[in-house]
Design a protein around this ligand. Structure first.
Ligand SMILES: [Mn+2]
Length: 197
């Protein structure tokens, strides 16, 4: 939680595994929030080890615009087994955001507007096409959802609206309860921008 944002994140390993190859980092600095979600290819101990290294790297980087952040991760982990990632940087005063994604992390603004972000193809650490930054402006009370392909993308807006007044931790539980496919590591980040609080 911060003055401007409510947020929650969780990762679940594939059933039967004790460690997870999905990871995420949410950081607030001043009025800015940065959230990055990463899905390392495959699962199990080797994927989790790389996810841990990427997590540490993200924790130690200054808040960075998403496109250079992903390019930096691509360089830093070149030759690794590879991963997909999406990152967003939000200004808590204005709601202005920059978003960038490579690979199949799903990201959407669920409400009050509805917007599905489109990522470029590629595998970070291996081969990517030039990333594209999507910039925009949230409106009050916007809810942003990012999740890996361990959760189904068959998002039901009407069902989500029923929980959208709850805090992000509850919305996150809803996502894992209804969308976890249980055949891959899964991860989800939910952020609500609340400029008036
Ligand atoms: Mn996956």
């Amino acid at each position: 939680m911060s003055e401007y944002f409510d947020y929650a994140m969780d990762t679940h390993p594939l059933p039967g595994e004790s460690c997870c190859g999905d990871t995420g980092v949410i950081r607030c600095q001043g009025h800015q929030l940065q959230a990055t979600l990463v899905d390392v290819l495959g699962h199990g101990a080797e994927a989790a080890a790389l996810a841990g290294d990427i997590h540490d790297q993200l924790e130690n980087m200054p808040l960075t615009a998403p496109e250079p952040l992903l390019l930096q991760l691509h360089e830093d982990f070149r030759g690794s087994r590879g991963f997909v990632a999406s990152s967003i940087l939000i200004n808590g005063n204005s709601g202005q955001f920059d978003y960038c994604g490579i690979g199949n992390i799903q990201a959407r603004i669920a409400t009050p507007q509805q917007h599905q972000f489109v990522n470029r193809d590629g595998v970070l650490g291996y081969r990517i096409v030039k990333p594209v930054t999507h910039s925009g402006k949230l409106i009050d009370d916007s809810i942003l959802i990012m999740h890996s392909d361990g959760l189904s993308s068959r998002f039901r807006h009407d069902a989500f609206m029923a929980v959208s007044r709850q805090d992000c931790q509850h919305m996150l539980a809803h996502m894992f309860r209804h969308y976890d496919k249980h055949h891959d590591d899964s991860s989800c980040i939910i952020i609500r921008w609340r400029p008036c609080n």
